[in-house]
Design a protein around this ligand. Structure first.
Ligand code: GLU
Length: 290
């Protein structure tokens, strides 16, 4: 069986020990399976991504002893491909333009009686009760109003019929490597954003497209992205793409008991490297074998 996995960071800060854990776990899993480990740069958020963070990603991972094939895919170079995917979803009738402001969405999501989870941006929008008329939409577009393209769970359900309830994926447990089936619940995050007026993609869209394009068979990433997987499985079904095996690993916590975050400058790999740490010490510190 082929085994292709990847580490897909966004260059919006320096990598920390939590990233090292994720990257090494994926790298070692590929090595153990005789498979391939890819690096992908998820840099679609032009306002937050910086070249020095991207350089540091390469330097830190190479310092840790990881190797990957080149050229490395950089998502910012493939916006036309993502736009085509968004157009396809539009043709299928499963996306819509949402003109609500973030404030309005927050107000709506708070008043939702059964908010089942938390959206990637912290809010879950269950979608409009009634869709906008073509006239109103035309009018708002011509007035230049900003909007987000959202994936409609309701329309997806209508399109897929009984298949919607049968969506699922194989989850591999961290540690034991045993696998089990998980029923997908794409509504967990509500109607997520797949693009914006001036950006033809979002994390959910580009990650799903790229994992399929790059032949990724195993996605290994933190459990903070577990709910997103349910959305990705729906997108795969809508787009006719294969569903990889998923492993959501636990998130590392620092000495203060809190999750490592990009704001913890002292615990970045770059800082540890410059302070004279050895890669073997990093592995030991995050509980991974040498
Ligand atoms: N680019 C995402 C991040 O930096 C991770 C993508 C993924 O592993 O699916 O959090």
């Amino acid at each position: 069986m082929s085994f292709i996995t990847r580490f897909a960071p966004s260059p919006t800060g320096f990598l920390h020990l939590g990233h090292a854990y994720s990257a090494i776990l994926a790298h070692d899993a590929a090595r153990a399976a005789g498979g391939e480990f890819l690096l992908r740069i998820e840099d679609i958020d032009a306002a937050r991504c910086r070249p020095e963070f991207e350089t540091a990603i390469h330097d830190d991972l190479a310092w840790l002893g990881l190797r990957w094939p080149t050229p490395v895919r950089r998502q910012s170079e493939h916006l036309a491909a993502y736009a085509a995917v968004l157009e396809r979803l539009n043709t299928l009738g499963v996306v819509y333009r949402c003109f609500l402001t973030r404030k309005e969405i927050v107000a709506l999501s708070l008043s939702a009686p059964h908010t089942p989870g938390e959206g990637s941006d912290g809010v879950v929008y269950a979608g409009p009760v009634q869709h906008m008329s073509a006239d109103e939409e035309e009018d708002r577009i011509s007035r230049g109003e900003p909007f987000a393209w959202r994936l409609s769970i309701r329309y997806s359900q209508d399109l897929l019929g009984e298949d919607f309830a049968r969506l699922g994926f194989v989850e591999r447990d961290e540690g034991s490597n045993t696998e089990h089936m998980v029923t997908a619940r794409p509504a967990l995050l509500g109607d997520v954003i797949l693009g914006r007026k001036d950006t033809p993609t979002s994390y959910h869209l580009s990650v799903t497209h790229d994992d399929a394009l790059q032949g990724v068979t195993h996605v290994i990433r933190g459990e903070d992205l577990r709910a997103s997987t349910h959305v990705h499985v729906l997108l795969q079904r809508l787009l006719g793409l294969p569903t990889p095996v998923y492993m959501h690993h636990h998130l590392l916590t620092g000495p203060d008991g809190k999750r490592y975050a990009k704001r913890d400058q002292s615990l970045t790999l770059a800082a540890l490297r410059q302070a004279g740490a050895y890669p073997a010490e990093i592995r030991a510190r995050i509980g991974l074998p040498a």
